[in-house]
Ligand binder design. Structure first.
Ligand code: FAD
Length: 502
């Protein structure tokens, strides 16, 4: 009889590893989860990014993957700790120097993003694993080696209390399947590369990020009035706030403790200037992000100086697996820039898709290899596509949100999606964030939608243009002055804007 798959090692107890372990455990496999860090639920454990938290946008793909896990109460618990963000709030300044705010809803059908604390989400997943008899959680265990042919892995065990100059304990562990969920700097991927001809591409973009916090209003206002829970947020809690800039931006995501977790994204040279001249941090914010310095408060400079300035990495690789014995998921397989809010969502979706492939194959070694091969064929193109879309969305967030043509296209697509559902039109953002359509299919659908729109726009522009040119020619013949062609295009553009309800 063919050998049945029984022992599954999950390396990495981040959101992706913890969900993958839940899926494996629900299938009755023996699961061991290893993480080099301590248990997140223990307050003394240093978070991954060395700051208090990362607040993330959780959307349909992540939610659906948790829903499909079959874990009782998991989704309800996670969602109860989220805040709905219905759109972006674009902050700026008008010509008189007054602060402006413009709400841009994410979706014409009212679908929304949810702000979630990554650590809180991770803890809920670990709590679910804790109670399962076929799961062992092993913290302070660092993967140091793996042989995917012999199906053996090596770990170093060192707890925080053990002296750093003591030799760590070494462990050899056998496995049938290893799920590598150990993040962007994955050791599993590194060891897998020795066994498989893996194409690998890594790039850093010239943007660094630093976290800031906008505190809540205190429970007593200056007038002695006690504000309601919602009033304690310093700005709208139901938006993702963006202060756009040409090559930089500042964003804020609400947290359940009434703070906003904010991120400054800027070129490395800007960071270097501010590091040399920290006394300029305040004026830098006042010049580039009107109103943001006041919201963060007097602590702005200290936060810039104390919080780490971190890089953004982009990783693509292929294949994501070795034969029947190993597969990489989440950031280990496709770390991406965070501008589409999809890194974790895509990683959680990897888990759902992977187990769909396992479920449609026998749990024998050959069945498992076939499952990994078909998973790889499906998932690699999707992973590459979301990496590209995330890179492209940087433009949308820091410049597109103020571009008239971007807004025009968004409005036409939303108008058609709402009023003519049979057209099948949807914005790229809605397809990525509020559906489970494969990323590669999203890109194809958006491209063909773009062609239809371009043809429609050219067609609808030609008629008024022809009328205008006829009028202009007649006017010139009568000796009057025709307006420049640019004005003609502007009037057509504004007519189209009115047409789609701006
Ligand atoms: P990780 O969270 O990196 O977890 C990896 C785990 O593996 C860690 O616990 C680590 O300790 C462990 N590990 C590493 N090496 C070893 C080893 N050798 N042995 C044992 N264990 C090991 N995503 C979204 O979906 N929405 C967002 O809005 C969003 N915003 C973001 C904003 C910023 C600024 C950044 C930087 C990222 C953002 N992301 C977002 C991306 C998201 O944070 C990641 O995609 C997600 O955390 C990846 O999860 P993971 O479980 O794959 O890896």
């Amino acid at each position: 009889m063919a050998k049945q798959m029984t022992k599954c090692l999950v390396v990495g107890a981040g959101p992706v590893g913890a969900l993958a372990a839940l899926y494996a455990a629900k299938r009755g496999w023996d699961v061991e989860v290893y993480d080099l860090r301590g248990d997140l639920r223990d307050d003394s454990t240093t978070p991954l990014n060395f700051t208090k938290s990362i607040n993330l946008a959780l959307s349909e793909r992540g939610i659906n993957s948790m829903r499909q896990s079959g874990a009782d109460g998991l989704l309800e618990t996670v969602l109860s700790e989220t805040i709905a963000m219905y759109g972006r709030m674009i902050h700026g300044e008008d010509s008189k120097g007054s602060l402006t705010e413009e709400s841009q809803l994410y979706d014409v059908h009212g679908r929304y993003q949810r702000a979630v604390d990554r650590g809180a989400l991770n803890k809920v997943l670990l709590d679910q694993l804790e109670g399962l008899p076929n799961v062992k959680l092993l913290f302070h265990h660092k993967l140091t080696g793996a042989d995917f042919r012999k199906k053996k892995a090596w770990f170093e065990r060192r707890t925080a209390s053990e002296k750093s100059n003591e030799r760590p304990q070494e462990l050899e562990v056998s496995f049938d399947l290893m799920l590598g969920c150990d993040g962007a700097h994955s050791g599993v991927r590194y060891h897998m590369m020795k066994a498989v001809r893996m194409d690998y591409e890594q790039s850093y973009i010239d943007t660094l990020w630093c976290e800031f916090t906008i505190p809540p209003w205190s429970s007593e206002t200056a007038t002695g009035r006690t504000p309601s829970a919602k009033d304690r947020f310093r700005t709208s809690p139901n938006h993702l706030h963006i202060w756009p800039g040409s090559d930089k931006m500042f964003i804020g995501i609400p947290s359940t403790d009434r703070t906003f977790t904010c991120t400054l994204f800027a070129p490395s040279a800007t960071f270097a200037d501010l590091e040399k001249n920290p006394e300029q941090v305040d004026s830098f914010f006042r010049t580039n992000f009107p109103g943001a310095a006041e919201l963060v408060g007097p602590d702005l400079r200290r936060q810039f100086e104390q919080n780490p300035h971190l890089p953004l990495i982009n990783i693509k690789c292929s294949p994501h697996h070795y034969a029947s014995s190993g597969v990489i998921l989440g950031d280990a397989a496709h770390a991406m820039v965070p501008f589409y809010g999809q890194g974790m969502n895509a990683g959680l979706e990897d888990v759902r898709v992977l187990f769909e492939h396992f479920d449609s194959h026998p749990t024998t070694e050959t069945g498992q290899q076939a499952a990994l091969e078909s998973y790889n064929r499906e998932r690699v193109p999707d992973a590459h596509m979301i990496n590209d879309l995330a890179m492209g969305n940087y433009w949308e967030m820091h410049a597109g949100v103020r571009s008239r043509w971007y807004l025009l296209r968004k409005r036409i697509e939303e108008f058609l999606s709402d009023k003519v559902p049979s057209s099948g039109f949807e914005t790229q953002y809605s397809r990525v964030s509020f559906s489970n359509q494969r990323y590669s299919e999203v890109a194809k659908a958006v491209e063909s939608q773009g062609k239809v729109l371009a043809r429609g726009l050219v067609g609808s522009a030609l008629l008024p243009l022809a009328v205008y040119l006829a009028w202009w020619t007649v006017r010139r013949q009568r000796g009057g002055q025709g307006a420049p062609l640019r004005t003609a295009f502007e009037s057509i553009q504004s007519m189209l804007m009115r047409l789609v309800g701006r």
